[in-house]
Every structure is written in structure tokens, then in C-alpha cells.
Design a binder for this molecule. Structure first.
Ligand code: FES
Ligand SMILES: [Fe+2]
Length: 369
């Protein structure tokens, strides 16, 4: 069929196979920042544990406010460190009381006698670079577990409005590989079918769209434009909004809406838990005070929307189990093609130093939705 192409290796066609292989053939990008959790949920002195890219990660916030992330496995005899205690300064393992600083250094082994001059701080638990930025705690997942090098790139830089506390936070688990979550969420053609509802879209409302796209920081952008008139959500914002939608590796989508001097920003962050589970966070930030009291009205719509996206990829799993060869067509699936090309270019840069070159060129994409 003209204009179609098979998914590249490492794309969804290879996912079911990847699930059965070791976690280095999992199709996850490494040496890159992932959104781990909403920042306001992690209070000073608290720790939490998460699985990121199949790895157990303890994420904490020191009394000083700094966030940190450590491998959630004690290097002594393997107990999860999160079973121990955090006093706001150091993590103490619950088994033999070894203590670890937020930088991963061991600071104390209680069983040592005064004469035993073991160099305690040579012992380290893996530390992941972590920052609190744009409403989230972001964790850098280095390819080399022993690396102490600085991250290869900065965490995403997002519009200023994301530096305030998000007005809305939703979290949902997609039962699929991260690639299907990312391309499912960015897919422009599923709206009238998957998000069919009296308040949003119906298949009767389908019309032709033409949008200008171009390369952006480790990703691509749908350039600033006036959103289409059949998007009801924009109408309630009043005025003549303009919007720009940016996607950035590994799975960060930002919709930046300007309405006069006001701004609304939606941040969708997609993070692999493991080969068949993906966590999606959706945060919405805004500057207009009148929107805040409407939160209880808006939240169920956002939730419903994400649930629809989740349910469709869950159904898709029933077909994918048979390892079909999949297609991406031009225009409507172009963003998905770019995603795989970007991933490939990024992975090649990290693996063998091939300079990262953004494969996206400025163009107009046309589709009906
Ligand atoms: S297992 Fe952690 S201190 Fe022994
Ligand atoms: Fe959707």
C-alpha cells in the first residue's frame, strides 16, 4: 500500500518478543530523563519506591528539600532500602542498619568494631540523578549502572507556567509497552472513534485538518496555531486561544495554550514501568484564577479522556499477542514514525557516539479527524 511502512525493529512489532528477552532488549531509551512522580506529593523527609524501566528505585526528598533517587536494593544483602528508615538525611537499611547518603555513599556499618578499618564509603548503592522541576520529580536513567558521569542532556525545559503547582494531576496505568502508550496518545486520527461522546466528538464531526509541524528539542512540535473550532474545551476558555503542542523524547508531550495574557499548559508524561506496563501522568497548569474553582468539574473529563486512551490500548493487546506486522501510514501516523526515528537517532548517539541529528523536517500534515 502506498505511503505505508512497517514499524522499525524495536517498535511495537518487536515488543512481545522483547518482553521475553533480558531487560536490555526492552525497547526503552536510556541516558535520558523520565518523569517519576508529581513533585508536590513528595514531602521533605519522605521516601517512596517505584519501578522505572524495570528497575526498583527509591525516591526521596531530604529535609533540605533536595530530591534524590537510589537503587532500592541494599548492596549488602539485597533487602529493599525502602523497607528501612529515612530520617531526612540518610537511609538506614532495616536488616543490618547500614546507612546511605542521598548520593549513594555508605556512611555507616554498625557491626564494625573500632579496630576494623574498613573503608565504608567505598561501598555505594546506585544513585540516579534526580531533579524537582515543572511539577515533577525527574529521574535520569543512565545506560551504564556504574556511571557517575553527568547526564548527557538536561531535563525538558517547559513553559514558565509549569513552575507553579499544577491545578490538576491525573495518573493512569496503561497495560502496554511504552511505545504503544506514546503513539496511542499522540495519534491524531483516533479522536472521533475513541473519544466519542456528546460533549466532545462524534464521527459526524470529522473534518479535514492541516497542521504545520517542525523539529524541536529532541522531538517535534505542532507549531502555534488556532485550535480547530470543533474542540469544545477551547471554547470554555474564552477569547481566541492559540496552541502549540510539543513532543520530546522519551515521552513528554506539552500543550501550551495562550489566551491573551493567560496561559494553560498540559503536561503528559509517559514512563515505562516494565515491558508491559506504562505509567501516564497528566498535569495541567494555568494562570487564570477563575479556572481553579472549576477543577471538580474539569477533573472527571480529563480522567474519562485518559481512561478511553487506556482502554483502547488494552484492547489492542489482544491482537498484539499474535505479533502482527503493523503499519504506519503517512500524515496521520507521521508523528509515530518521527517518534521511532527520534528514538533510533538518540539510541545510536548514546551507543556509539553518532551525533544526534533531529530527523524531523518542517512540513504540513493533513488528515481527517
Ligand atoms: S542487607 Fe542491608 S544492611 Fe545488610
Ligand atoms: Fe486519545
Amino acid at each position: 500500500m502506498a505511503g505505508t511502512s512497517a514499524l522499525p525493529a524495536g517498535g511495537p512489532g518487536g515488543i512481545v518478543r522483547a518482553m521475553r528477552q533480558d531487560n536490555r532488549d526492552d525497547g526503552f531509551l536510556r541516558d535520558i530523563w523520565y518523569f517519576a512522580l508529581p513533585a508536590h506529593g513528595l514531602k521533605p523527609g519522605a521516601v517512596t519506591t517505584k519501578t522505572l524501566l524495570g528497575e526498583p528505585v527509591l525516591i526521596g526528598r531530604a529535609k533540605t528539600g533536595e530530591v534524590f533517587a537510589l537503587r532500592d536494593v541494599c548492596p549488602h544483602r539485597g533487602i529493599p532500602l525502602s523497607d528501612g528508615h529515612f530520617d531526612g538525611v540518610e537511609v538506614e537499611c532495616c536488616y543490618h542498619g547500614w546507612r546511605f547518603a542521598p548520593d549513594g555513599r555508605c556512611t555507616a556499618i554498625p557491626s564494625l568494631t573500632a579496630e576494623q578499618d574498613m573503608v565504608v564509603d567505598k561501598i555505594r548503592v546506585r544513585r540516579y540523578p534526580a531533579v524537582d522541576r515543572h511539577g515533577g520529580v525527574w529521574v535520569y536513567m543512565a545506560a551504564d549502572p556504574n556511571s557517575t558521569a553527568e547526564p548527557a542532556i538536561e531535563p525538558p525545559s517547559l513553559p514558565e507556567v509549569t513552575d507553579r503547582r499544577p491545578g490538576l494531576v491525573e495518573r493512569i496505568i496503561f497495560p502496554c509497552h511504552v511505545d504503544h502508550a506514546v503513539i496511542g496518545l499522540m495519534d491524531p486520527a483516533h479522536g472521533p472513534f475513541v473519544h466519542k461522546s456528546w460533549w466532545w466528538r462524534s464521527t459526524r464531526s470529522i473534518h479535514e485538518k492541516a497542521k504545520r509541524f517542525g523539529p524541536s528539542d529532541y522531538g517535534f512540535a505542532m507549531l502555534r496555531h488556532q485550535p480547530s473550532s470543533n474542540s469544545a474545551a477551547y471554547r470554555i476558555l474564552g477569547g481566541a486561544p492559540t496552541t502549540e503542542i510539543r513532543f520530546r523524547l522519551p515521552g513528554v508531550r506539552v500543550e501550551d495554550i495562550e489566551i491573551g495574557r493567560h496561559r494553560v499548559c498540559g503536561l503528559t508524561a509517559v514512563t515505562p514501568v516494565d515491558a508491559t506496563t506504562t505509567e501516564v501522568h497528566h498535569l495541567v497548569f494555568w494562570t487564570m484564577p477563575w479556572l481553579t474553582p472549576l477543577k471538580p468539574v474539569l477533573a472527571p473529563f480529563v480522567k474519562r479522556f485518559l481512561q478511553q486512551d487506556r482502554d483502547i490500548v488494552e484492547r489492542q493487546q489482544r491482537g498484539l499477542i499474535h505479533e502482527p506486522k503493523l503499519m504506519l501510514i503517512n500524515d496521520a501516523d507521521m508523528q509515530a514514525k518521527w517518534y521511532f526515528r527520534l528514538k533510533k537517532a538518540y539510541a545510536a548517539w548514546r551507543a556509539d557516539g553518532t551525533p544526534f541529528e533531529n530527523p524531523v523536517r518542517e512540513t504540513t500534515l493533513r488528515w481527517r479527524s
